[in-house]
Design a protein around this ligand. Structure first.
Ligand code: NAP
Ligand code: MG
Length: 480
């Protein structure tokens, strides 16, 4: 993934990480012990060591956080957009100042390579706060005919693959629009959201404007079932997304869902092949393939298939799998034992379905959760590995002859989040961007993100957009 937002200095060692032994719930501007009295562990998936003990929010804790957010909304929604923007800007600055620490903690807690946390996750998170700080005093200009108003309290639930970045995607636009927030990070990666809570406290945000509570799916379910939130914002799997949609219907709440994907990357015979191969590698192996928009299906035009396959095999043989804290690592640790089990099960399924597997030889660490970069050839369109989201470093390769054939194949999944097209011909790019049912289509690049660009899906990939001006609409109602 590429970004122009890298403003952080390089983290040099794990000594930059200031991780407490125990974390409480961040409610009403203070770190509070959970009424539930319960705690759970977060571990480092690369060596299975305990990082910290984390408070588990029960129903009473969720209720407390929602009430704090509701009370805070009264004044937060009334202060000027300019004032709100200043607070959001301060958060952005403080993320930048603490970028080394954020990057190290993100890699320790989640297993992603430090080079990615440092160059992508953390700078992009800061960039999102900067971007939405700028919108806070311009809402009337953005929607001149419609009189924008905040919704109230947003309950926000995020996954474990980009913990800080997803928190930024959720919190920054919500605050800019005058909402208050209760956010829950995923159970396996709570630490950077809790660091963000420290930043928010230090930035002096009014009490209760942002509440960060930790727990597992039960905490998330209690948040969505609670009567207070006016808005549910969810990023995660399609099955959980559907349960959240039901909760939103029952509670008459506004909802946005950013769900799974099974993106097609398409290489035509006129493509710049070297660049395309790099793009395919980045598309599927970035962040261990734990990416909703991962280019997990590859379609290669028949005449260049052998060439592309040979280059891909050579390239994945050079990928370094191992210690996330080593700046040379390409593929870090799989986020959890459960996810490793899911990926390994799909690898078995691929074999059972008759696809041909290729994995390069490489030494894997003895402790922790690891998966070699994997590719499957001889894949049929109906195979489960070509249809279902694996969320790991596993690529399913198919071939095609004509543009119409590849459009049909690429669109033939239940998902519609993203796609990539590699060709020298602008006309093909225009044709495909129209024909592919995907929220984002990258041309001759992949995984490019920017806070100014909207992101979101069709079909089982969810609905609503985050990022850009579109991301504001998700947190506003209009009175005319
Ligand atoms: P997940 O299992 O759906 O969990 C997402 C979040 O929901 C976690 O915080 C989880 O808590 C919580 N949760 C679980 N059950 C819940 C329930 N019944 N009610 C309310 N909340 C509940 O997804 P994941 O495994 O963390 O993330 C991977 C998925 O996210 C993939 O499908 C990926 O494609 C998708 N994703 C989409 C985007 C996008 O922008 N479209 C971006 C990133 C990821 P615990 O984890 O603590 O149990
Ligand atoms: Mg962890």
């Amino acid at each position: 993934m590429a970004t122009d937002w890298n403003l952080s200095p390089a983290p040099e060692s794990t000594s930059h990480a200031n991780i407490a032994k125990q974390y409480e719930l961040f409610i009403n501007g203070e770190f509070q012990k959970p009424i539930s009295g319960k705690y759970f562990d977060t571990i480092n998936p690369a060596d299975e060591t305990l990082l910290s003990s984390i408070a588990e929010a029960g129903d009473d804790d969720v209720d407390k956080a929602m009430k704090a957010a509701k009370a805070a909304h009264k004044s937060w929604s009334k202060i000027s957009g300019k004032e709100r923007g200043k607070y959001i800007y301060r958060i952005a600055r403080m993320i930048q100042e603490k970028s080394r620490e954020f990057a190290v903690i993100e890699s320790l807690d989640g297993g992603k390579p430090i080079g990615e946390s440092r160059d992508i996750d953390v700078p992009l998170a800061a960039a999102h706060f900067f971007y939405y700080a700028g919108w806070a005093d311009k809402l009337d200009y953005a929607f001149p005919m419609r009189k924008p108003k905040s919704l109230g309290v947003a309950a926000q639930i995020i996954p474990w693959n980009f913990p800080l970045l997803m928190a930024a995607w959720k919190i920054a636009p919500a605050l800019a629009c005058g909402n208050t927030v209760v956010l829950k990070p995923a159970e396996t990666t709570p630490l950077t959201a809790l660091k963000l809570a420290e930043v928010i406290q230090e930035a002096g945000l009014p009490k209760g404007v942002v509440n960060i509570i930790t727990g597992d799916g039960r905490t998330g379910a209690a948040m969505t079932a609670h009567p207070i939130p006016n808005k549910l914002a969810f990023t995660g799997s399609t099955p959980v997304g559907k349960s959240i949609y039901k909760a939103a219907l029952e509670g008459n709440k506004k909802v946005t869902l950013e769900l799974g994907g099974k993106a097609a990357n398409i290489i035509f015979d006129d493509a710049p092949i070297e660049a395309a191969v790099e793009g395919i590698i980045n598309g599927i192996y970035f962040n261990q393939g734990h990416v909703c928009c991962a280019g997990s299906r590859l379609f290669v035009q028949e005449s260049v298939y052998e060439e592309v396959l040979a280059k891909l095999k050579k390239r994945i043989g050079n990928l370094i799998v191992g210690d996330p804290m080593d700046k040379n690592t390409d593929i870090g640790a799989i986020n959890s034992k459960e996810q490793l089990h899911t990926i390994n099960r799909y690898i078995e399924i691929g074999r059972e379905e008759g696809a041909e597997i290729y994995q390069p030889e490489c030494d894997l660490p003895t402790k922790g959760n690891w998966c070699r970069p994997t590719l499957f050839t001889n894949v049929a369109q109906s195979n489960r590995i070509a249809q279902e989201e694996i969320f790991g470093p596993v690529l399913a390769i198919q071939t095609f002859r004509t543009i119409d054939e590849v459009i049909d194949k690429a669109n033939n999944t239940s998902y519609g989040l993203s796609a990539g097209v590699w060709t020298d011909k602008g006309s093909k790019i225009f044709q495909l961007t129209k024909a592919l049912k995907a929220g984002v289509v990258w041309a001759n690049t992949y995984n490019k993100f920017d806070p100014t660009s909207p992101f979101g899906g069709y079909k089982e990939s969810g609905f609503g957009r985050e990022g850009g001006m579109h991301g504001l609409e998700a947190y506003l109602k209009f009175t005319v």
